[in-house]
Design a protein around this ligand. Structure first.
Ligand code: FAD
Length: 323
């Protein structure tokens, strides 16, 4: 591909999201003339820009505007359209995050571009870039190619490798002033429902609880295990419906999709709708007192037992090995 690849690099809490770096890898696989990363926000983007430079972006465009501090679809869309107009990229890559899911299709529609969402692999084969994405709630994969440009792509976090980091590497940083008009929504306040250390969508380790946790006490144990492993806590819809966990933690067809290195499911039966959100995890460990629970069919390691006995043992053992 002779044209440019544009990576829309997301920042959360002042730090670059890991999927932004994975998006550089995806963009690079199109063999573009350059990979340009764009950062949108209301300020504080210099450090994320430096991180993008260290990780191989060829050029960084910073777009700062007071209306880009918190995400709104119309402000982001207008800003991105102005970046696209200036750079004329052939491929635009987003993370398949809450923001990416919302704005990428809007941008594709406005550009009349083809879009592939939720890609788990992007590979070059026989001179063609093939994009792999899960279908039927993760039971199968389809391979797509773009026949036209520009093309819009969103990639699922935690699936593509990070580009190598070169400590002293820098990339040119440019600032683009954008004109945002007639914005129909303004964010007055952001109220955080969960105070989580590790982002569930990007966590390398997820410890998820189901109805078998029986309540807050069970989740306290899971939180402790997640802390020891440096991971995040997730939940089944059964647990959320029962009020044991916040819906922000729900994993599955109607919740978040996660692909960590390690997924520990405790007290989760393994309904198809739950599997849709976690079956792509690299290693799955299931803890369930019912040996017939369907979760064992997708688990790499199964522990048949009471989670209130098993999880404290895991916490103690993992503390010893200092993960
Ligand atoms: P249960 O099915 O009740 O399972 C609890 C498990 O805990 C059992 O297997 C039991 O053996 C085990 N257990 C009990 N006590 C212990 C103990 N002390 N120690 C160890 N194990 C124990 N579900 C999702 O998770 N995510 C979704 O996104 C989702 N979307 C849905 C969308 C639709 C349209 C529909 C219809 C359903 C959806 N569901 C979703 C719900 C899904 O079908 C299941 O009802 C839900 O996943 C069950 O949650 P659970 O496994 O926690 O509960």
């Amino acid at each position: 591909m002779a044209g440019k690849a544009l990576v829309v690099a997301e920042v959360k809490g002042g730090a670059l999201r890991q999927v932004a770096l994975e998006a550089i890898t995806a963009g690079r696989r199109f063999e573009p003339s350059e990979v340009i990363a764009v950062l949108l926000g209301a300020g504080g983007l210099d450090e994320p820009a430096a991180a993008l430079g260290r990780r191989g972006a060829d050029r960084i465009v910073i777009v700062e505007h007071e209306s880009l501090g918190a995400y709104t679809p119309d402000a982001y869309l207008q800003a991105l359209l102005q970046v696209v107009e200036r750079e004329a990229p052939e491929v635009i890559v987003f993370g398949h995050t809450a923001i990416g899911r919302d704005v990428a299709p809007r941008l594709a529609a406005r550009l009349g571009a083809g879009m592939v969402s939720d890609a788990v692999d992007v590979r070059s084969e026989g001179g063609e870039v093939r994009i792999v994405r899960p279908i039927y709630a993760g039971k199968a994969f389809e391979v797509r190619t773009f026949t036209d440009r520009p093309a819009v792509l969103s990639i699922r976090p935690n699936n593509l490798p990070l580009p190598d980091e070169a400590a002293g590497r820098t990339a040119p940083v440019e600032r683009l002033a954008v004109d945002l008009k007639d914005l129909r929504s303004i964010v007055r306040e952001v109220v955080k429902k969960t105070a989580q250390g590790v982002d569930l969508a990007e966590a390398r380790v997820v410890v998820a609880g189901g109805r078998g946790t029986k309540g807050e006490e069970g989740f306290r144990l899971l939180r402790e295990l997640a802390d020891v492993l440096g991971g995040a806590v997730g939940a089944s819809r059964g647990a959320c419906d029962a009020g044991y966990a916040d819906y922000a933690l729900q994993i599955g067809q109607t919740g978040k999709v996660v692909t960590p290195d390690l997924y520990i499911a405790a007290g989760i039966s393994g309904a198809i709708q739950h599997l849709a959100g976690m079956s792509g995890s690299k290693v799955i460990v299931a803890i369930n007192k019912d040996p017939e629970a369907p979760i064992f069919q997708v688990a790499d390691y199964g522990i048949v037992g009471d989670l209130f006995e098993v999880v404290p043992i895991l916490i103690e053992e993992f503390k010893k090995v200092k993960v």
